[in-house]
Design a protein around this ligand. Structure first.
Ligand code: G4P
Length: 530
């Protein structure tokens, strides 16, 4: 197969949802359909249960699992499908945001009974802003839930998506009979009372076919006809162009647990979902079909073995081919590096691979060369954009408990920050180090890992910060800026790249500061240049 065909057949996407909506179950069912696994239960859920906040063994166990489920690849109908795993736990939301920089599309899973939940809202907002094509899968139709049309409304309003249903359930919960597939124009029903056996798909010439009443009952048949009429009249017709632009969002219904609607989702997905997309660098847009290799690091995973401090850096290939033992330029370090054992991912296993194509993810063993967001190329000096840091939600001073281990502590903190576990700031006033995290759980993870992987001990002290705002320093020499720096010195810090950050202790003080210094621009993500 030629280079261009290899690109065309790749589909790299993420599944996002609020915890418990059924992401793991759906992933597993997709793998089953793809023949990548033989039995259910092979993919372990990597969600950290709420109760596990102080259960470090649980955290460690989950880290082990999440290496093997970071990328799940399989071939289905000659398409190479790469599913990028996203942690569901809200404390790891930043991990998910970063993973979303490496996907070309997403599937959002929504629980039919719970509807749109908070975590889904946040994640979809990021996708919407980036115009990532989204398919919505409404799951657990075998349970009592909300009315299909109410859910479509909810998705439109809460997620601000323009939807077009591509299937519609016949009944729900106890009365769930099956699904009418608008996309394939057929109907599929359970064959038995226990809802274990899914019947063959049936195609009808017309919706008025009396055979339909016989199969699903007159009442359900009448409702189905009315619903399809309503869909026809109210929702825009699906067209791939608008979906690919991120302007129209197909919705499918199903039950992952019962295998209902999953194959249909997969068939629809491979037909409409985008192949690897171009990506913006600071210099120019890079197209996947360019001959020269380029890619970027979107995730770093520490090795589980504390005696070997090597890590796996996950690279999304943007253009060209990535080949084993070929030297590539690490742009930030301006250094050529060869990789003798790049890992590709297949189902839940990883294996050494000689050549990978745009859309693929390779895992590179790393002894501390990489940071999240680093770019690798065949030689061109460019830097991919789009992996910003967001303001953390929690801030604490970090102190060294064992003065004899200060070197280990610094090294540990540096490496954990490169992995993206948290963000480190240095207060301008006294050089004290502040750790900022998205969730409280990370503080415990850091403390645990510093001790077990680096032999260093730390303690924390609370710091009252509402938001970290990156300050645009273009006008640093004007009088207003000088005054701002003098008056607010106590609240100023630098991030790990040396960018100036203002710690606002409340939304009110942020507002007051903005009013008082109108020429200073504050940003809520670290990537605001260009
Ligand atoms: P997550 O990754 O999004 O967090 O969700 P996960 O797939 O782990 O699913 C959460 C729970 O919902 C699981 O039950 C799972 O079996 C169930 N589930 C998933 N899809 C469906 C569906 O279509 N119908 C029904 N009725 N249930 C579904 P659990 O009891 O929490 O876990 P488990 O013991 O079954 O693994």
């Amino acid at each position: 197969m030629g280079f261009l065909e290899e690109i065309k057949r790749r589909r790299t996407f993420g599944i996002i949802s609020h915890p418990d909506a059924g992401k793991t179950t759906l992933t597993e069912k997709l793998l089953l359909f793809g023949g990548a696994i033989q039995e259910a239960g092979a993919v372990k859920s990597n969600k950290i249960k709420k109760s596990a906040t102080s259960d470090f063994m649980e955290i460690e166990r989950q880290r082990g699992i999440s290496v093997s489920t970071s990328v799940l690849a399989f071939v289905y109908k000659n398409k190479k499908i790469n599913i990028l795993d996203t942690p569901g736990h809200k404390d790891f939301a930043e991990d998910t945001f970063r993973t979303l920089t490496a996907v070309d599309s997403v599937i959002v899973v929504i629980d039919v009974a719970k509807g749109v939940e908070t975590q889904t809202e946040k994640l979809v907002e990021v996708c919407r802003m980036r115009k990532i094509p989204i398919i919505v899968f409404i799951n657990k139709l075998d349970r009592e839930g909300k009315d299909a049309f109410d859910l479509l409304d909810e998705v439109e309003q809460k997620l601000r998506l323009t939807v077009t249903p591509l299937s519609i359930p016949i009944g729900m919960g106890y009365d769930f009979k099956g699904i009418y597939n608008i996309w394939e124009n057929n109907i599929q029903l359970f064959e038995d009372e226990q809802k274990q056996i899914i019947g063959k798909k049936k195609q009808f010439q017309s919706l008025n076919d009396p055979e339909l009443s016989k199969i699903i009952g007159l009442e359900s048949h009448t409702v189905l006809k009315e619903e399809l009429e309503l869909i026809d009249g109210v929702y825009p017709k699906f067209n791939q162009k608008d979906y690919l632009k991120g302007d129209l969002h197909p919705v499918l219904f199903g039950s992952a647990l019962n295998n209902f609607g999953v194959e249909e989702l997969l068939n629809c997905f491979i037909e409409i979902a985008p192949e690897p997309l171009p990506k913006a660098s600071e210099k120019r847009i890079i197209n996947p079909n360019e001959n020269e290799f380029s890619g970027f690091v979107f995730k770093i995973h520490a090795n589980m073995d504390p005696n070997h401090r090597d890590r796996l850096a996950f690279i999304k290939i943007v253009s060209g081919t990535f080949e084993r033992n070929k030297p590539y330029l690490h742009v930030r370090k301006n250094k050529k590096i060869k990789f003798s054992s790049p890992n590709a991912f297949f189902a839940e296993k990883k294996q050494i691979v000689d050549i990978s194509y745009p859309g693929d993810i390779v895992g590179l063993h790393d002894t501390g060369n990489f940071k999240i967001g680093d770019t690798l190329t065949s030689g061109e000096i460019l830097q991919f954009r789009g992996i910003p840091n967001f303001s953390p939600e929690h801030f604490r001073f970090i102190n060294n408990v064992d003065p004899l281990k200060s070197k280990q502590l610094h090294k540990g903190i540096d490496q954990l920050m490169d992995e993206g576990v948290a963000q480190l700031f240095t207060l301008s006033l006294n050089n004290r180090k502040v750790v900022g995290t998205v969730g409280a759980l990370q503080f415990e993870v850091i403390q645990y890992r510093l001790e077990h992987e680096y032999g260093a001990k730390c303690s924390y002290e609370n710091l009252n910060v509402h938001k970290a705002c990156w300050v645009d320093t273009q006008n640093i020499d004007n009088e207003e800026f000088k005054e701002f720096k003098r008056i607010k010195q106590k609240f100023l810090a630098t991030d790990k790249h040396g960018q100036l950050v203002f710690f606002a202790d409340s939304s009110f003080s942020l507002q007051m500061t903005q009013q008082k210094y109108p020429s200073i621009v504050f940003h809520f993500t670290s990537e605001f240049k260009n």
